[in-house]
Design a binder for this molecule. Structure first.
Ligand code: HEC
Length: 163
């Protein structure tokens, strides 16, 4: 019995070790470490301070313009009054253009959309570094306030579908 426990522990420890060291993984949770300070490790946020992104980010990704919006927020930040589940947020999220590579941003968005999501995610394509670079080059919203304006436009456009 004891030997079984030790073997089970060793297998778990090894898989944690390999997972943690697999820098090529598309769904890297380590990239989310910087986000979890505010949005919490499970992405539920803190009402009134940091909005929840669990499930919501995946819904946003499925709406027209949503993927570009998510890339924009993580790259350039977000500022402005937003409303989520009847709760108002007037916070500032700093951008990560200087500290996260396009690979990091793709990995963190994949983690958010595929792991911090309790719904069916099969409709979503994984984010890639190429997609992130393309959006960064094309998007006009390159500041937290501009991202706030983009959010306003998208939430107006999508109405009840916007989470
Ligand atoms: C210092 C705290 C903080 C950190 C760190 C942070 N955020 Fe945010 N995030 C916020 C705040 C505050 C807002 C809402 C800003 C506002 O009120 O306009 C926000 C908004 C968002 C939104 C938009 C939600 C919506 O409804 O439109 C997404 C997506 C998001 N954050 C993802 C991330 C990801 C991914 C990371 C890590 C790379 C991250 N955040 C790191 C504080 C933070």
């Amino acid at each position: 019995m004891r030997r079984v426990t030790i073997v089970a522990w060793a297998v778990t420890a090894l898989s944690v070790f390999f997972f943690a060291n697999d820098s090529s993984a598309e769904y890297r949770g380590d990239a989310f470490a910087t986000c979890s300070a505010c949005h919490l490790p499970d992405g539920v946020g803190v009402p009134g301070a940091f909005p929840p992104i669990r499930n919501r980010a995946a819904t946003i990704a499925g709406l027209d313009g949503g993927r570009d919006y998510l890339i924009t927020v993580v790259t350039y930040g977000l500022m402005g009054t937003i409303q989520v589940d009847g709760v108002q947020y007037f916070g500032v999220m700093a951008g990560n253009a200087g500290s996260m590579t396009p690979e990091d941003i793709a990995a963190v968005l994949n983690y958010v959309v595929f792991e911090l999501n309790d719904n069916d995610a099969t409709e979503h394509e994984p984010f890639t570094a190429e997609e992130v670079e393309k959006t960064q080059a094309a998007i006009a919203a390159k500041s937290p306030t501009a991202a706030g304006e983009l959010r306003k436009a998208l939430s107006n456009k999508h109405g009840d579908q916007w989470p």
